[in-house]
Design a protein around this ligand. Structure first.
Ligand code: ATP
Length: 275
């Protein structure tokens, strides 16, 4: 099922400062969120509410972090699910789950006396592939329709204002109906970080780690071409583990260096079955 933050041990809150190398994506996202915050102006000018933001880009680049930071920024409750949670063998179950997640968002917000809720749907392409493309599965159509109906029903003066943030790395196969104005009409690209971005991310993930004087994060950023944020997080973690194995109090450059190879190897091993 999907998760929300109520009744769970308080998860660490994510802010935009915890996300590296995504300056322009964050700027765009914040603009959209600031727009939402400006409720009285939106009403005065008769602007329709912003309902959906679609984040596109490769895995591990921080799309989930962006959604969590957005919830924090707008003081919203955060409810999340993956597209595959809605795919069921039995007709109507997926659609039911779509309605349920909107209800969960509203109930959780009311309980916590919050005005805003963000529903995050990862891998949205699983439920939102072009209709007809999954023609053997009428079920997908019903599920997608349920999502469209829910989104179309959102109003400026709903007592709980819902924003849907979705993530995909396959925007090309998404049903255009979802991208129409009034649905996911904002798209934010969350790409692999460049060298400066990798440095920012490395700094974030070594904030709480004792580094030896020989650790040159700049050099590491240069050497980790093609790494995602998730790779870099794992790199920092692996390096710390290597230092611990040697019984050292600090992490040295060679640990990071070795960890680069480990992360690349891990990636290759993970991919092998598909090749
Ligand atoms: P997926 O599409 O595979 O779910 P994602 O884009 O949602 O990936 P996240 O789940 O946000 O990626 O990232 C996974 C982990 O990688 C994060 O919890 C964080 O530790 C690290 N990470 C990813 N991107 C960044 C970033 N831009 N800055 C800092 N850390 C990052």
């Amino acid at each position: 099922g999907f998760t929300n933050d109520s009744g769970q041990p308080k998860r660490q809150e994510i802010s935009f400062d915890d996300i590296g190398g995504q300056g322009s994506a964050i700027k765009e996202l914040k603009e959209a969120l600031d727009f939402i915050k400006n409720e009285s102006e939106i009403k005065r000018l008769g602007i329709r509410p912003l309902k959906g933001i679609l984040m596109t880009g490769p895995p591990g680049t921080g799309k989930t972090l962006m959604a969590r930071a957005a919830a924090n920024y707008t003081d919203a409750v955060f409810v999340s699910a993956s597209g595959s949670d809605f795919v069921e063998m039995y007709a109507g179950v997926g659609a039911q789950r779509v309605r349920k997640i909107f209800q969960t968002a509203r109930d959780t917000a009311k309980k916590q006396k919050k005005r805003n809720a963000i529903i995050f749907i990862d891998e949205i392409e699983v439920l939102a592939a072009k209709r007809g493309q999954n023609s053997s599965h009428m079920e997908y159509d019903q599920t997608l329709n349920a999502l469209l109906v829910e989104m179309d029903g959102l109003k400026v003066d709903d007592s709980v204002r819902i924003l849907i943030m979705a993530a995909t790395n396959r925007v090309d196969i998404m049903d255009p109906a979802l991208l129409r104005p009034g649905r996911f009409d904002r798209q934010v690209k969350v790409d692999l970080p460049d060298k400066a971005g990798r440095l920012e991310i490395l700094k974030i993930h070594t904030r709480n780690k004792p580094l030896a004087a020989d650790v040159d994060l700049n050099q590491l950023a240069r050497e980790s071409f093609g790494f995602s944020g998730a790779h870099l997080e794992s790199l920092a973690n692996e390096a710390a583990i290597l230092a611990m194995r040697e019984g050292l109090k600090e992490i040295h450059y060679r640990h990071f260096h070795e960890a680069v190879d480990k992360v690349i190897m891990g990636e290759k091993l993970e991919r092998q079955p598909n090749q």
